[in-house]
Design a protein. Structure first.
Length: 575
């Protein structure tokens, strides 16, 4: 299904080429109008090219309208302001396009030939996931869904923190303070406890840090007991994470963590030395950047021979090209790592082909409590993500019991899960990812206004229309041969809104901003609910109007369901 916007762009480019010549036909400047009175589309072509043509914008706009060849899409065009052209689409074309929604796949005007990896979630082993992990996890998942929907080949990689200094500390804690019985029942909870205890005890006894470094060295050199403990910590953690991912309906294609790249890191250092990118400095291996790069030096190997996150990320850059042949890697990591990724990307560029491929750090604002405190598992200052999801489900259940107590128990349980978890995801994804988020239970579990439950309720309301049709033995199948050629104001507003879903999908992809889809869905749901209140469907006796309105309801349900799925949110047929 070719997008209506694409069709308008082609028509304008063809006409501009005929009127003004090839040199002006590259960019027609077509965009959706911001208000209904400005038409369906607008173009600022005249204003963009006035200086180059040596004419006033209004003169150019008038010439376009005068010489524009008739077509079966555009009803009329009008000049607005200093030279904007407002474009009005024929009602018959709008209904023709609406028929295709949900029947044909969108033909996105995007080059999808690139193979993409999205690196997201990435919790540290031996710590339960808390709400600070929520943003990377669900933003990354949504971007993966959006890009796959458009047509990209996308791999989701959970780059887990399964290597490094914390394992020395955990082994010390395990040797000194482990409660074996509790570890069997709740391994990750017990590991978390001894990790916090190590942090407290090492302040009193700094020698514990030296002992931890020695225990880590044993892991790195293959000590049998420490390797066994390390593997056990990882297995226990992944089982715990899987509970959260299942609730969130999130899957990964790869779990290539820090340890996966450990054996590859010496090779990356040799490459950096061979290309004279990294040099010895005070017995460490360091990359220095040009002054114009405005970056601090990047250590890729410490004096003691140990590696850093930069080394691991550079090894992943090389592996992902050599073994997976990717063209683009998207790192969904919070804003505090901005300088780190600038360094890594610049070093990859210095490495040259084939490692200077496309890379993006999709940063996001971090989650804080309302008093400004940042979450920290080291301080034990966390709200565990699994508990948050359970609490959301519980709050949703209370509302369902109040609104629809007669539903079967199994259905109440399913609806509570879908609505509660949808509320958590939407709370995050509906906000601009670059903004910090202040966590409060009232905000997270708010089910009114611009929320997922509002959208899910709108979908359920539409499903109730079709249930009533079946119950009253009304012909269910929409007769597309009996659809109005002329739409009233409410019908037209809803129809044109429904056609904008693919446009906002593209915009969300281009800016890595799922909130643009959320904003679109909320506005569309408001338009539908206004339409529903103004235009009767089930009581409509005119066959043409009945079919038209029923079609619009059906297409609205499709758009809401499809849009929410790109945010990783499900719908229910009744609430």
């Amino acid at each position: 299904m070719e997008l209506l916007l694409t069709k308008i762009e082609k028509i304008f480019k063809d006409n501009i080429k005929k009127i003004f010549g090839e040199e002006f036909s590259e960019n027609a400047g077509i965009q959706y109008s911001t208000r209904n009175e400005f038409g369906d589309f607008q173009t600022n072509f005249a204003m963009m090219n006035a200086k180059k043509m040596g004419k006033k914008p209004k003169e150019i706009a008038a010439e376009i309208i005068e010489k524009f060849e008739p077509n079966d899409i555009i009803e009329k065009m009008e000049i607005a302001g200093q030279g904007f052209i407002n474009i009005f689409i024929k009602d018959s074309k709008i209904t023709e396009e609406i028929r295709k929604v949900g029947e044909e796949k969108y033909d996105f005007p995007v080059d999808v030939s690139k193979k993409v990896i999205i690196d997201y979630s990435s919790p540290n082993i031996a710590k339960r996931m808390h709400i600070g992990h929520l943003r990377s996890t669900i933003i990354g998942d949504s971007l993966k869904r959006i890009m796959r929907y458009i047509g990209f080949e996308v791999l989701g990689d959970n780059h887990i923190g399964d290597w490094g200094t914390q394992f020395g500390k955990l082994i010390v804690g395990y040797n000194k303070w482990i409660n074996e019985e509790e570890y069997k029942k709740n391994p990750i909870g017990e590991l978390e406890r001894i990790y916090v205890k190590f942090s407290e005890e090492s302040k009193k006894n700094p020698e514990l840090e030296d002992i931890a470094r020695e225990e880590l060295r044993k892991v790195q050199t293959g000590d049998e007991r420490n390797i066994s403990l390390w593997k056990d910590f990882i297995d226990s953690s992944l089982k715990e994470y899987d509970k959260v991912y299942k609730k969130l309906n999130i899957e990964f294609d790869l779990y290539n963590g820090e340890s996966f790249y450990n054996d590859l890191m010496p090779g990356i250092l040799e490459l950096l030395k061979e290309k004279q990118i990294a040099v010895s400095d005070n017995d460490a291996l360091v990359v220095f950047f040009d002054e114009e790069d405005n970056l601090p030096p990047c250590i890729v190997q410490k004096k003691d021979g140990s590696f850093l996150y930069s080394t691991s990320d550079l090894a992943s850059v090389k592996y992902r090209k050599d073994k997976l042949n990717v063209d683009n890697v998207i790192y969904v990591v919070d804003e505090r790592q901005r300088d780190h990724f600038k360094q890594v990307f610049k070093i990859a560029e210095m490495m040259g082909k084939p490692y200077d491929y496309e890379k993006h750090h999709v940063s996001f604002g971090i989650m804080r409590f309302e008093d400004g405190i940042i979450l920290s598992s080291r301080k034990g200052n966390v709200i565990h993500l699994f508990n948050l999801l359970e609490e959301a489900k519980s709050e949703a259940r209370k509302i369902i019991e109040e609104k629809n107590p007669s539903l079967p128990e199994r259905e109440k349980e399913k609806i509570s899960e879908v609505v509660g978890i949808g509320a958590i995801k939407y709370f995050d994804l509906s906000q601009n990812r670059t903004s910090p988020i202040l966590f409060s239970w009232d905000k997270v579990l708010n089910f009114e206004g611009n929320t997922s439950p509002y959208l899910q309720y709108t979908y359920a309301r539409i499903m109730s229309i079709f249930r009533k049709i079946k119950e009253n033995d009304i012909e269910y199948n929409i007769d597309y041969s009996i659809i109005a050629e002329t739409l009233n104001e409410n019908e037209r507003e809803l129809a044109t809104a429904l056609l904008k879903l693919p446009y906002w999908i593209i915009k969300a992809y281009e800016g890595y901003k799922p909130n643009l889809i959320a904003d679109y869905l909320f506005e569309t749901a408001k338009i539908f609910n206004s339409f529903y209140a103004s235009e009767p469907i089930l009581k409509e006796t005119d066959k043409e109007k009945f079919n038209t309105r029923l079609m619009l309801a059906e297409k609205t349900a499709f758009v809401i369901k499809e849009g929410l799925s790109l945010l990783g949110i499900e719908v229910v047929e009744r609430m």
